[in-house]
Design a protein around this ligand. Structure first.
Ligand code: MN
Length: 342
């Protein structure tokens, strides 16, 4: 499919590059670090080769969320956003931006959000899970009351918030002790992000701000297949109903009305079909998760997945075009089925 829009696609600046190093051997790190620092060269060639017209770019992880000093986080977020705005300005037809936000300081994050949307033209914000602090709880989850003014501003601006994964802090990762292979994208990213999303849904946030839009990646971080069970639990027991959370609706109500899901890093038709059955093709968006996943792996899978061409067009392009108000439209070439072009 030509004209795809991809939106969980990352870059780094020198100050955040090492956050992505992990435990990669030298050869892989050379490749990954070059991919992260590049925007206009290899990245554009990959996009051209695999029918991606536009990427919405975001800073790598955990970056700003992992900076314990508030002033440092505020300063670096501002500089990263300025850099991204310069890159987008060079090719606004191919790149748009997500704001990195210093949510350790909710007031500063709100000011930076407004600056990024109103002055830099960014299409939303992306946060890498909870934010760390040096002088309070070491993990700030965004269902906490201190973030309500931030959410009110996000709703007023009508831009989406991408809740992107990060690893648990070492002191809270006992469940993975002795099994480091489970950290990162294998399992811990999804577990961490799914719980954070459930906290938002159960907190009553979306009762108070029903027009908020949250995006989660990786085909929903495991939530689509679990959504019925979350609300049903042991349905025969009277004492479990109603559930004891502040929100006024079943969890699935918020999942269906306030969330979008991307295909980032989860290129599996069975999982896509399950997600379509749970949340509908109107709320699914194509993404690759470059540079941590290959664009060809994402695009070749998606272009040939056994779904209708109408759904492919929505997930690949028109849903994102509408959600981010990109006004790209659809050309006849993009309407033609991928099989016709083959
Ligand atoms: Mn990612």
């Amino acid at each position: 499919m030509q004209g795809k829009i991809a939106l969980e696609e990352h870059f780094a600046i020198p100050e955040t590059l090492a956050d992505s190093a992990g435990v990669l051997p030298d050869e892989s790190w050379r490749e990954l670090s070059a991919r992260l620092l590049d925007i206009h060269d290899r990245r554009l060639r990959e996009m051209d080769a695999h029918g991606i017209e536009m990427m919405l770019l975001s800073l790598n992880a955990p970056a700003i969320q992992g900076i314990r000093d508030r002033a440092t986080a505020v300063d670096l977020a501002g500089r990263a956003n300025d850099y991204l705005a310069e890159q987008v300005a060079r090719r606004p037809d191919r790149f748009q931006g997500f704001a990195a936000l210093p949510l350790q300081d909710p007031d500063a994050a709100t000011r930076e959000l407004v600056r990024c949307v109103d002055e830099l033209g960014f299409r939303g914000a992306l946060a890498n899970g909870f934010s760390e602090t040096s002088d309070g709880p070491d993990m700030l989850y965004y269902d906490l009351p201190m973030f309500r003014p931030f959410w009110a501003e996000l709703e007023r601006l009508q831009v989406p918030f991408y809740l992107h994964p990060r690893n648990p802090l070492p002191q809270h990762a006992q469940i993975y002790a002795g099994h480091p292979w489970l950290l990162g994208p294998t399992w811990a990213f999804g577990q961490e992000t799914a719980v954070h999303a459930l906290r938002l849904m159960g907190s009553g946030l979306f009762d108070d701000h029903p027009r908020l839009t949250i995006i989660i990646g990786h085909m929903g971080e495991g939530l689509p297949i679990s959504m019925w069970r979350v609300d049903n639990r042991n349905g025969w027991t009277k004492d479990m109903v109603p559930p004891s959370y502040p929100a006024k609706q079943p969890i699935a109500h918020f999942f269906h009305n306030n969330f979008f899901i991307t295909t980032s890093g989860n290129f599996r038709t069975q999982s896509l079909v399950d997600t379509m059955l749970e949340i509908g093709s109107d709320r699914i968006l194509f993404s690759a998760d470059w540079p941590f996943e290959n664009i060809d792996h994402a695009a070749i899978w998606f272009d040939h997945a056994s779904i209708s061409e109408a759904d492919r067009r929505k997930i690949g392009r028109t849903n994102a075009d509408a959600l981010f108000k990109l006004n790209l439209g659809v050309t006849p070439e993009q309407i033609a089925p991928a099989v016709m072009a083959a």
